[in-house]
Design a binder for this molecule. Structure first.
Ligand code: DSN
Length: 422
C-alpha cells in the first residue's frame, strides 16, 4: 500500500516507509478518542507535502527578505483572508509553528519578563503556556492561576474576577486542554476590561466548533484569539493568531522577527485548504455532529456508572475520573490502547495523584465523527470503554483482545479521511 501511495519514499527509504505504513494501519484500525487529534483530508495532506517546502519567506506577504515570493505570497494571503472570513476577525497571522510558539508570541507582544499573567491551572484543565510553573511562561512571568469549582467542576467566574482584580495581570488566558464546558467569552471579556488586562482566548481545542457554529465565538469579546490548526479545525499541525486591527502590528512583530524565522509554507498551504473546507456547509454539520456525539457518549458513560468531571460535556471533550472505578488513569489508558481505543491519561481537578500517574482519562469525538460515526454508535463505544476499564482492573487480557477485534471490525466500515482504504 505504501509503495503505491508513497513510491519515492518506499524506494529511497523502505525502513521509514514501513513506519508510515504501520501508522496508517494503526490510525485506520483503532478508535481514536484523543480530543486534540483528528484526521486531515487527503487535500490537506497533499497541500502539506508540496514544493512550497523548498522556499524561505521571512517577512509577510509583500514585505519579504527573500526574492521569488510570487506564489508564496498568494498562498499566505489566501490563508490569511480565509482565516479572517471564517472567524470574523480584522487580522490573522498564520505563521506560528504551533500552539506554544503562538502563545509565546502573545507574551512577547504584550508583557515583559516578571509581569503578572493569569491562566487556568494546568491540572484544572489549562495549558502549560498559560503561565504554569514548569513552562517558560511560568518562570519568565509571574503566573497566577484560576481553576474550577470543587462542587460543579465548572469555572467560577466570580472567583476569576476576584483574582483578576486582586492581581491586575498584564494578560489573561481563557481556554484550555481539558474543559468539557462552554467558555463564557463575554464574562471573561468584562473581567479583563475591569482588570485592565489583555484577554487571550486560546481556542485550540474548539476552533473547529467555533468555525462550524457549535460553540460561541470569542470574536468581539477578546483581544487575541490563539489557536492550533490541527484539532477540531482538521488542518495540518500549525497555529494562528487573530486579533483586532489595533493589535495587528504587535502580533506580527512578535511572531516575526520576535520569535520565528521563515514560516513553514507547506503548512500554510495546508492551513489554507483546511480553512476552505471549514467554510463549507458540510463542516457546520461536522461541528454539530462532534458535539452531539460527545453528549451521547457522555450520557452512555453516565448510564454505565462513570464519574464525569462537571457531570457531562457541552463540547467535543469528556474528562473521566476513574477513582470510583478503582483503576488509575494510566493503567486504564494503556489497557484501552491494547483494546484498540486510543485515549490519554489526564489529571482531573483537585487530583490527589501525580500528572504522570493521574486519576483520569480524557476522551473526545472529533476523530470518530470525521469517520462518520454518529450518536447511534455511542452506546457501543461507551460499552467498549466500560469493558476495557473493568478488564484493566481485573487484568483480563482476553476481554481487551475481544474488544480490539470488535473495534477493528466497526472501524473497517468507516474509512478515515486521508487514509488508504484497507
Ligand atoms: N497537547 C494538546 C492537547 O492534547 O490538548 C494541547 O497542547
Amino acid at each position: 500500500m505504501t509503495a503505491r501511495r508513497h513510491p519515492a519514499l518506499s524506494a529511497t527509504d523502505p525502513e521509514l516507509a514501513s513506519f508510515v505504513a504501520a501508522e496508517e494501519t494503526l490510525q485506520a484500525q483503532t478508535l481514536r478518542l484523543i480530543p486534540s487529534e483528528n484526521y486531515v483530508s487527503a487535500a490537506v495532506l497533499e497541500a502539506s507535502g508540496t514544493v512550497l517546502q523548498n522556499k524561505y519567506s521571512e517577512g509577510y506577504p509583500g514585505r519579504r527578505y527573500y526574492e521569488g515570493q510570487q506564489n508564496i505570497d498568494r498562498v499566505e494571503s489566501l490563508a490569511i483572508e480565509r482565516a479572517k472570513g471564517l472567524f470574523g476577525v480584522d487580522h490573522a497571522n498564520v505563521q506560528p509553528y504551533s500552539g506554544s510558539p503562538a502563545n509565546l508570541a502573545v507574551y512577547l507582544a504584550f508583557a515583559r519578563p516578571g509581569d503578572t499573567v493569569m491562566g487556568m491551572a494546568l491540572p484544572m484543565g489549562g495549558h502549560l503556556t498559560h503561565g504554569w510553573g514548569v513552562s517558560a511562561t511560568g518562570s519568565w512571568f509571574r503566573g497566577v492561576q484560576y481553576g474550577v469549582s470543587a462542587e460543579t467542576g465548572r469555572i467560577d467566574y466570580d472567583a476569576v474576577r476576584e483574582l483578576a482584580l486582586a492581581e491586575r495581570p498584564k494578560i489573561i488566558f481563557c481556554g484550555g486542554t481539558a474543559l468539557p464546558r462552554t467558555i463564557d467569552f463575554e464574562a471573561f471579556g468584562s473581567i479583563a476590561k475591569e482588570a485592565g488586562s489583555i484577554l487571550v482566548a486560546d481556542v485550540a481545542h474548539i476552533a473547529g466548533l467555533i468555525a462550524g457554529g457549535a460553540h460561541p465565538s470569542p470574536a468581539g469579546h477578546v483581544d487575541v484569539i490563539s489557536t492550533t490548526t490541527h484539532k477540531t479545525l482538521r488542518g495540518p499541525r500549525g497555529a494562528m493568531l487573530m486579533c483586532r486591527e489595533e493589535h495587528a502590528k504587535a502580533i506580527d512583530k512578535a511572531v516575526f522577527p520576535g520569535l520565528q524565522g521563515g514560516p513553514h509554507n507547506q503548512t500554510t498551504a495546508g492551513i489554507a485548504v483546511a480553512l476552505h473546507e471549514a467554510a463549507q456547509p458540510a463542516f457546520v454539520t461536522y461541528a454539530h455532529a462532534v458535539v452531539a456525539n460527545a453528549k451521547a457518549l457522555a450520557a452512555s458513560l453516565l448510564e454505565r456508572g462513570f464519574d464525569l468531571v462537571s457531570g457531562g460535556t457541552d463540547n467535543h471533550l469528556i474528562l473521566l475520573d476513574l477513582t470510583s472505578r478503582g483503576v488509575p488513569g494510566k493503567v486504564a489508558a494503556k489497557a484501552l490502547d491494547r483494546a484498540g481505543i486510543v485515549v490519554n491519561y489526564n489529571t482531573v481537578p483537585f487530583d490527589p495523584r501525580k500528572p504522570f500517574d493521574p486519576s483520569g482519562i480524557r476522551i473526545g469525538t472529533p476523530s470518530l465523527t470525521s469517520r462518520g460515526l454518529s450518536v447511534e454508535h455511542m452506546p457501543v463505544v461507551a460499552e467498549w470503554i466500560a469493558r476495557a476499564v473493568d478488564a484493566a482492573a481485573a487484568s483480563d487480557e482476553r476481554t481487551l483482545s475481544a474488544v480490539r477485534g470488535e473495534v477493528s471490525e466497526l472501524m473497517a466500515a468507516f474509512p478515515a479521511p486521508g487514509l488508504p482504504l484497507s
